[in-house]
Design a protein. Sequence first.
Length: 332
Amino acid sequence: MSEQPFVSVVTPFFNTGEYLAECIQSVLSQTYENFEYILVDNQSTDGSSEIAAFFACQDSRIKLVRNRRFLDQVPNYNNALRRVKSEARYVKMVLADDFIFPECLERMVAVAEANPSVAIVSSYYLEGRFVCGSGVEWPTEVIPGRVASRMHLLDNLYLFGTPTNLLYRADLLANRRPFFSESSMHEDTELCHEVLSEADLGFVHQVLTFSRRGNEGVLTAIQSFHWRRPFIYTILRKYGPAFLTEEELLHRLGPARADFLRILAEGVILKREPEFWDYHRRALATIGEDLPSRLQLAPHIARATVKAMVKPKWIINERSRIARMRQRTVGA
């Protein structure tokens, strides 16, 4: 055990009592032994605090702290990461509604230890019932960082998963203050692109983590907003110039913007709610752009109008789908 590098595992939580015990138990069941486990309670009111306190009494590796005031999600992540011990060599976040499989820490640390150029380690992961993270040829376990970024920007091969799916070298915490950008809408993806511009990505060819679908998470709440369209467009605008040639960027950016504008135009036809427009306005603001005016969207609105006329069932089905997704979010 003394020869194992020290790892800090961090779980910030807020009202995740339904899943928290499973999450904590998955960390305590690791085959890897030399770690601390920091649980940060963000003013929970649903019994999560009591669940965490029970486990903290049973295992000395757990440090339980409670925020003095409620924090939004990303500031809460950063606040939790500031509690990592200085002697930690690696940091692993495990979101409170996710869990990790028993060999997760052991396998990820082994790749990082064998490859000093690796700053972030990823793996295959379960998202609901789907296995994700494919794109790395076996038995490759080190991908040059710029190649990993290009795989995402050019081919939509997303190797970064969720925060639960990644292991970070702890020295990244000292070099990034705050660790996750608090002005970004996709802070974990942006962190990966920024770090991998100067470091490599490690990869374990094994399913090591599980992330839930359909629970009361941020992506669930914005699912009906078609969040992937502005995500693809804004990430290309922000990081494409650093990783792609001018020709490659133009080839990818044009269709991505057209697809995004199509969603906005259809939003006009569907008379989307103010939250829809506010979400897309904020997404564009992260790259210094304004929400297009109705005049700028006119050609796309015209095409959406024709679509609604030619396929009347489309508009009925789309409104029903949006209503179902919003109801699922409210009821979560």
